[in-house]
Write a protein that binds this ligand. Structure first.
Ligand SMILES: [Zn+2]
Length: 498
């Protein structure tokens, strides 16, 4: 029996593997899997110096230290059940079929809905594997060490983001002329709306529905095609990150839309103010990079430099929004007077900049001071209210049904953990509420609900008592739920403590 020595680089380190020629293929794979700290469903690829893929097997050719191979974790395999590309293809065919059936029959038959939900649930399973890698169960698929390496790792889904977006655009335009059902139109006006049921192209149609039903197209002479271009560009300018993504932008807009319908601001504020509120909600996190202002400032990022450490993210979101509006084909403001444009621009800037949580107390205190003498004809009062409504919408996930809200919390923690991992890697200060070693779901929520949500929501409800059942009650329920969980985890820990 001969022993083989393989030199290889993995995660930026040079390693050496030794195995006998009588080793099984499985043993050899396991050896490299362990070296790469890969989970059982990850796919490993070994490259030689020329970048050619080498088969990982007992027959792998021995090499010298200078001619080391490169080992990479390239994808999650899901035990070969199906690949994302198969799924995309299946989905595409299903969409085509659905459009044909909708044209012929005018509705989606049950069997097709069933098939759709199978595809969706499988898609979610695929995503949840990715999700596990985020929270650290397996090695993170986005490890920095891979950034500089070639060939680049194929991502799941395997379409490039460009192709993926064009697919969304095609589907959006295909289905945009279909009527949104009465039931969905009503749901859209409430916090119980479940965003997780809808895919991106459908959300774009729902956004179009919101703009249309508030009469914005007539009031501001917006052509439907321009609105569609604008909505699609907004979608394209949200990043594929765990929390501050297009779905979040959609949810905040939908909550704002709900607040507009549930309260009487629809009649008390002007059409322009409503437009400012809804459009600001939609644009308020554009191009969010996934790390907060504290990180931007500590890491001295381009954004922090550009905006002198003053709300770098919010300034950027707003600038990106007006960058989109500067494209003639997306400019939903092109037919308003220059005075109206200035008013809308000023309003959107104020609203979006107000979403910086560092200014939370300042804005809440301003609202508190005018709340008892609130006057809808006072310009300043209205401005503070608009800021408050956007702030409420922005952090309103806990006002949603538990099943919807809890998924959002997972997404938020993923993004936080991701930031704190980067901070640790770069030797920057780490915020304790983002540290995966210190944070638990219940503890993060109870203090957030007690000290941030309840005071803010209660203040708004003094002005609109009708909102109590819609946003305050669910938040109280969530607080109870997380308090019980927190209590239980404390009991579990107690005996082990000295
Ligand atoms: Zn936000």
């Amino acid at each position: 029996m001969t022993t083989k020595i393989i030199h290889f680089q993995v995660n930026g380190k040079l390693e050496k593997a030794e195995f006998g020629s009588d080793c099984s293929a499985e043993e050899v794979t396991d050896l490299f899997r362990a070296a790469a700290e890969a989970g059982p469903h990850h796919v490993l690829k070994m490259y030689n110096r020329e970048g050619t893929v080498m088969k990982i097997s007992p027959r792998l050719e021995a090499n010298g230290r200078e001619s080391y191979y490169r080992l990479e974790v390239v994808a999650s395999d899901l035990q070969g059940v199906a690949k994302a590309s198969d799924l995309d293809d299946m989905e595409h065919r299903l969409q085509q079929l659905e459009i044909r059936v909708l044209q012929d029959v005018g509705g989606t038959p049950d069997t097709m809905s069933e098939l759709k939900s199978h595809v969706d649930s499988f898609k979610r399973k695929l995503e949840s594997v990715e999700h596990l890698s985020w929270i650290g169960l397996f090695k993170d698929d986005n490890g920095d060490q891979r950034l500089a390496m070639s060939p680049p790792k194929p991502r799941t889904p395997q379409l490039s983001s460009q192709e993926e977006r064009q697919k969304v655009r095609r589907k959006f335009l295909n289905i945009s002329s279909l009527q949104v059902t009465e039931e969905v139109r009503e749901l859209l006006k409430t916090p119980i709306f479940d965003n997780w049921q809808w895919e991106e192209a459908e959300m774009l149609v729902l956004l179009q529905q919101m703009f249309t039903s508030l009469d914005f197209l007539t009031a501001f002479h917006i052509e439907l095609e321009v609105l569609q271009n604008f909505l699609f560009e907004v979608y394209c300018h949200y990043n594929n990150i765990p929390f501050h993504n297009f779905q979040h932008g959609f949810c905040v807009t939908q909550m704002m839309y709900g607040l507009i319908w549930l309260t009487d601001v629809r009649n008390k504020l002007g059409r322009t103010d409503l437009f400012i509120m809804l459009t600001s909600a939609l644009c308020h996190d554009l191009d969010h990079p996934g790390c907060n202002n504290v990180y931007q400032i500590n890491a001295q990022t381009d954004l922090a430099l550009r905006y002198n450490d003053i709300s770098p993210l919010e300034n950027h979101h707003c600038a990106v929004a007006f960058g989109i509006l500067a494209k003639p084909e997306c400019n939903i403001l092109k037919n308003v007077s220059s005075e109206q444009y200035r008013h809308i621009r000023g309003g959107m800037i104020k609203c979006i900049l107000a979403t910086d949580m560092a200014r939370h107390n300042e804005i809440l205190n301003r609202f508190r001071s005018i709340q008892s003498v609130f006057d809808f004809s006072n310009k300043e009062h209205k401005e503070v209210l608009m800021n408050i409504l956007l702030k409420v919408s922005d952090i309103s996930n806990e006002a949603r049904p538990m099943a919807v809200a809890e998924q959002w919390l997972d997404c938020l923690l993923q993004e936080f953990f991701n930031q704190s991992d980067t901070e640790k890697q770069k030797g920057l200060p780490v915020s304790p509420f983002m540290d995966r070693d210190k944070v638990s779901k219940p503890s993060s929520q109870t203090s957030f609900i007690r000290f941030v949500l309840l005071p803010l929501f209660s203040e708004l409800i003094k002005l609109f008592p009708c909102l109590e059942q819609h946003i305050l009650e669910p938040v109280r329920t969530a607080l109870e739920y997380y308090s019980v969980m927190e209590e239980a985890s404390r009991d579990e820990e107690a005996p082990t403590k000295p």
